[in-house]
Design a protein around this ligand. Structure first.
Ligand SMILES: Nc1ncnc2c1ncn2[C@@H]1O[C@H](COP(=O)(O)OP(=O)(O)O)[C@@H](O)[C@H]1O
Ligand SMILES: [Mg+2]
Length: 230
């Protein structure tokens, strides 16, 4: 059995004075794989990611467990909400500020992380001149510099053009294959599934299907087929 990086067991969560948005969700994501979390708007994907990231602590889940093995990194939908510094290198270094590291170590980590996302040549470039896809890769590099082993990405391509979308998917796929990173990628685009090792389909707070992209696509096909117009 492969090691599990993200485990969710019978998780039920409700926002205050609302019916539960997550109801008995269970899944396990093996280490070193890219999984997609798919579901319509309002199905609870972002809530689930916030709970996994530890950024949502109030209220507590009504029941169930969450477990993440390894240091976490988070990538938002809008790159402009997570890049703060004037240049690419400074931004990647920014997240290391809390750690007591020698300057040489910071420099080494920033260079290595940018190399891993294919942007080392932009280290001195101003952030504002980058494409959306490049900005998202800078955010990923920030997480890698902090030695994140598990990446949570919440619709990271939602605001990107098709070229940038493909570029980010390729980047994450490569990090998973070559660096052993585990990634959970939220999407509502069926076309992105083909990049994944596994898919979880969430609807109205419940895990309806989980499995290989092919299996989930078939199950969704049956679902859509049942409502085909005549
Ligand atoms: N901070 C919040 N307070 C109260 N309700 C929220 C909050 N965030 C999300 N919700 C509600 O939880 C449900 C699921 O939202 P969300 O997790 O954002 O879904 P998704 O990311 O799949 O679109 C929605 O009905 C939404 O209105
Ligand atoms: Mg969302």
């Amino acid at each position: 059995m492969s090691e599990v990086a993200i485990r969710v067991e019978s998780l039920t969560f409700a926002w205050p004075e609302r019916p539960p948005v997550l109801q008995g969700c269970s899944f396990a994501i093996p280490k070193g794989q890219l999984w997609m979390l798919l579901g319509p708007n309002g199905s609870g994907k972002s809530t689930l990611l916030q709970l996994l990231s530890g950024s949502l602590t109030h209220p507590q889940p009504l029941s169930g467990h969450l477990e993440i093995c390894g240091r976490l990194g988070y990538v938002f939908q809008n790159p402009d909400h997570q890049l703060f510094m004037p240049t690419v290198g400074a931004d990647v270094a920014f997240g290391l500020g809390a750690e007591a590291l020698a300057w040489a170590e910071i420099h080494r980590r920033v260079e290595t992380a940018l190399e891993q996302v294919g942007l080392k040549h932009l280290i001195r470039r101003p952030i504002h001149g980058l494409s959306g896809g490049q900005k998202q890769r800078v955010a990923v590099a920030g997480a890698l510099a902090r030695r994140s082993e598990v990446l949570l990405l919440d619709e990271p391509t939602a605001l990107l053009d098709p070229d940038s979308q493909a570029e980010l998917l390729r980047c994450i796929r490569q990090l998973v294959d070559q660096e052993g990173i585990t990634a959970l990628w939220v999407t509502h685009r069926l076309a992105e599934l083909e990049w994944a090792d596994g898919v979880i389909f969430l609807s109205e707070g419940r895990v309806r299907y989980q499995g290989s992209p092919e299996q989930v696509r078939q199950q969704l096909g049956q679902l859509f087929g049942a409502f085909r117009s005549h």
